[in-house]
Design a protein. Sequence first.
Lengths: 215, 365, 442
Amino acid sequence: MSFLGFVEGPLFTVAAVVFVLGVIWKLAGILFLGIRPDYATPRGSALGGAVITNIRHLFPRRIFLANGGLFHFLTGYAFHIGLFILLIFALPHMTFLKDRIFGFGWPALPRWAFIVMAELALGGLLLLWIRRLSDPVQRLVSEPADHISTGLTLLVMLTGCFALQISHDVLRAIHMLLADLWLIYFPFGRLMHSFTFLFSRGMTGAAYGRRGVAP
Amino acid sequence: MSTQRKHRSFGLRAICALAVLAVFLMLNMPQASAQTSGRDVRPPDINSTTLAEPSGPSNALGDKSDSDFWRQIRRANPGKVTIPDRQAAVLIQSDGQNWRAVRTGPIKVYGSWILAAVVVILTVFFAIRGRIRIQSGRSGRVIMRFTLNQRIVHWFIAVLFIFMALTGLIILYGRDVLIPLIGKPAFSVIASASKQGHDLFGPLFLLATLALFVSFVKGNLPQRGDLKWILKGGGFFGGHASSHRYNAGEKLWFWWAVLFGLLLSLSGLTMLFPTVIPELGNLQLANLLHGIAAILVIAFAIGHIYLGTIGMEGALEAMTDGYVDENWAREHHDLWHEEMRRKGEIEPALPPSGGRGMSAPASGE
Amino acid sequence: MNTTADNAATPPAGDAETAIALFLEKTGARAAAYLDACIRCGACANACHYYQASGDPRHAPVNKFRMLEKAYRRHKDPWAWLKRLSGFAPADPDIGDMQEWQELVYDTCSMCGRCTLACPMGIDIAQLVAITRAGLTAAGLAPEPIRSMAAAARDVGSPLGIDAAQLRDILNELSEKHGVPIPLDKEKADVLLIDSSLDYKVFQPTLVAMAKILDALGIDWTFSSKGYEASNLGLFTGQEDVAKAMVERIVTAAEDVGASLVLAPECGHGYASIRWEAANILGRELPFEVLHISEYLARLHREGRFGLRPLDHPITYHDPCKLGRRGGVIEEPRDILRDLAPDYREMEPSGVENWCCGGGGGVLLLESAAKTRLEAFRIKMDQVERTGAEGVVMACAFCHHTFDNGAEHFNWDRKVEDLVQLVAEHMILPGNGAATGHPAGH
């Protein structure tokens, strides 16, 4: 089996299984720790609070735009939007997902849109990482887990760019290898925020929704 | 003693001189290409002096001879096509051969000389002068030199620049340097990766250049005293050269980076979206300008990186922590130091663990 | 286990294991989700008045729960076993860490919850700080005087040492001096009023004002010597026995007099304690309603039970964190004040986004916290000054105390006013059109 065949075949299967089971284990493990019931007479709705807080925290409040709020908002959105659109709609990804998982395809991005999305994703993540290394607070509180998550994601995207001229199997294989590693690492580090953010916002929203506020 | 203080100008001067030389050489390019192209590539036959029809009886050799026929083709005279793409009417783009000759000739050759010269000059300078120290030692007091935003912009463009420079140099010199080292198959992989990476990071460089301009333009406009600084050689050859927040060398680097950065970005975008500007000649021009600008910026950047790291004590921390030692400021930017002292912007240095806030205490928001 | 009084007398030797055990016990799904959602963006620093005041990155809210996170990663993270097995688990926090974190969670956090607003993940950092405080307290690292005050509250009945006999003396004296009935230990009453030690000892005019209002409106109310202390320092120190003792007394008292309503005084955390925490501390629903005094007054005012003479100077309102952002009482005080003051002004920002005064969470009690706290108070002064209001009104004795302290330190000229006092002074009863009487004290 070729290296490319290995990373796209057996290793990808292993990575996907680790990813899915790992995420389920982690989320179930968190919930298993238990939420204490709230006996206080509510002033508002817990469910409503959970929903509102989840939506409200999609955007920074106006008062926090200065000193990094706007920066994080723009770069964060640029990175995430670029990443997700590329993940699903980049032609090689669509083909891979069609062949390996779904069995059906969908329209892929034209070249110009691919380039725009790649700029958003790469520029956004690069700026976020640079701020992490420059801002005194972020520098103090960032741990290896933060840099590994960022670095691994950036490497996956970078090797994806390198592999854009699909004719080189080696480049595709490197990209795929890193994508596999990324999937395997996912449940164990900060990448889990992709799921836990819903819990976090939801629990705050529910707790304070009952009190009639939406922080 | 004060002669030892200002050193940037030497490197800068050398680089400027080389840059001027390079531009001069580029202006003489047609001759250069005519001289070199004969050896390396097929000569573009565009210097024919006559377009006259062959003499002799009418139609004795048919309507056109083969040589005439080919000559017309090599002149890139458009013929007739029925498809919408008018460029297809030109059978052979002879200008492309000119472009190729210039790119692989003078740009590559002089470019490598310039880059090598900068490295040699800096090495010699370092061997003679060594690291430029803070003469009076550290004071324990610091001044903020670059804000968080400035530092983020700097490192953003720095990372992009190094990436673009490396991939770009691989694209320009890889055939000559890497193929002998690693062979053609491996180079083909590296070249493909470099080309795609270069393409995808390119547009960000335009964004970064604009951000660089916006966040650093303040203080980089010409000021009284800049000329004096230049005339004193920046203190590199002795004497003390007074300077504001940025000395004339730094200002030159700022404008150099912004203008050539824009040139690089715009010419690069032209190549990234070649159908937007349909004329092939423009693309060829864009490519040549891209190469020239790249060499010039890389050459300057090598000097900048040298002075920012091993060349000068106390310079790098301005871009990492944002703060410089007061004595560093006094020795290298006395007018700025004086201004900061008047404004009361000099703070005690904190131990590395405890830091300073990213902003002054906020009022209300 | 020794009796609790011993704890107060002799600070126990630092014991990291006890602290870690408590960290883990109190880390449920909610805290775990918070710890796992944080991506270290540092946005919370933007919201924290202590960080803004000191500029020290260690004071950023995110840093304050990092010690708790270590313990979580090593022991309770769903991957804890794997992390320990592979050697990637962080070391347990030691007593040195805990001494360092004492400053971070006690001196420079009022648990005001403002950072939650800035957090993209909506993490309730104050909750994580509360858990950290609980662990530190268990390890003997709760700072004085909070530790001994909490013990006094549990053992005597009030953090300032007011027992039932002293309470009777204080209320009698105030009743006589101000000519207003202050019922104590009535057999039965509709409304049980509780108050904080600060009011019993320092802000007595506020207590008198409440009595005057309730009396004028003909409410059937009483104090009870079985449960009179509204403050609950157990919430500051994370001591469950203290917290439980405090709320249990009030609930017992309310049940004994058959109160349908327990009225919480101008005390932010006192309100949160009986309104939001008590039922959960006791593990059952409470058989009575709990209202903050401002909620109650707003309700009566809305029902037309009293009117208000207009106030003669411009005022603004300071939202106590535990009453507003974390308690949900934001509009009710404003309903009253907008009607009271022709020139009512909002601070910018206000309501749920309001800046903390810097004294809550026990911070005001700590001498070691004074420097940063006063620096943080500048934010508050600046906010008030930008409204141009002459008076800043609040509904929390602890905020009031913090404001007085800051105003004295900075020679600040704005009036610091109590909501219930203003109401008592400007109240008009329907029918006779007369105010209830004289200003409630001086």
